[in-house]
Design a protein around this ligand. Sequence first.
Ligand SMILES: [Zn+2]
Length: 405
Amino acid sequence: MGVWAATGRTIVQEYRRVLATPGALYSGQIGIAGRAKLAAYKTAALATAWLYPEGRKIDLRRQAIIEDVAIVWDLGGTNLRVSAVNASGEIITEILKADTEGIQKRATRKDKLEDLTAVELADARDAVVAEMTRMILKVKDAVGHREIPVNILNIAGSFAGPLTEKGTVIKGPNVVGFENYDLAQTLMRNTSIPSFIINDAVAGARSEEFYGLGKSVTGNFGWVTISTGFGGTFRVGKSLVGVEVGHLPSDIALGVADVECGCTLFGCAEVFAGKGLPLIALKERTQWTHPIVDESNLHARAIINMANGGDPYFSQLVLRSATAIASAIRTAAIIQRPKKVFVSGSMGKNAVFFKKLQAVFTALPRPMMFSESEWQTMLVMAEVAEPGLAGAGAETFRRAGYLAA
Ligand SMILES: [Zn+2]
């Protein structure tokens, strides 16, 4: 497509140059040959627009190539990110970042975000929405200054929590204050740009489906994320199906019965993801081989590093984590029959953890519907780096008819 794109730009530039002559078309300055040439340029320009693979088209009224883009955001308990993407899945402006928890703590003047009053919850939420609005308008301004004029299709967001079919937040397990809140509607009101919201696991699956390794999978696939929490979405036929893989019961998680899952139940596989792992380690402090100087800094990555360094306690903790998570993926795979399961998230894409997860998964009893080679190659590290942002963009361009599975 590269040659076509270059030719297209040349043709369009020529077309614009001719048209830029004031009144040229109607003043008779252009003779019959000129008009024929112009008609040829116009046809070529339209053909080129059709051939553009990247969501660019030629606006004959504005006499310019314009590019359809989406302003995208990704809101989780730790991070808020806003940027813009084009139909190829390229992030075309700087990614603006903010610390969700920090914003909420400042707004409520509280060190901990548990047990806030209804008024404080609303303050915490409104502070995040105000910051999102500011960031979205900044991105809008940035795309307005690009060399290629843009057409903003919509604002599309990825939210870490379940949503109603209409897009109202049901619950934000890791982002407080958003329960029963119509975030898309508010952003649309604040910015006058059409807006929609999708679940973060749906966004992740979309990102890999259109811009990552999912492109080469015909048929079912799964996408799971292991970071603070553990969740996933499967493509079954043409539909995406959310699978609460993190809340599948796990025998190993029941073994740490006093560590509660974010969903308020006990024994969920998710307690072995990033948020629960340090809590389990602290409860089992008596089993540690070496004392840790700074326990407040005991996060998942530190735990995985200590396991990788050969520490006996942390090695078996990471093995239990990989086993609980691999078993949950196996159960989901039996139900959804994916050809591949893409593993994402800061913990899932940690090379040491992924290797352990893959080793444990392939050693689990193989369900009868999978061949040995399918089973051995099922877990694959996801490719797309910003699944929330890229996935919200993919959903925009899918709805606009650019992308088809
Ligand atoms: Zn749970």
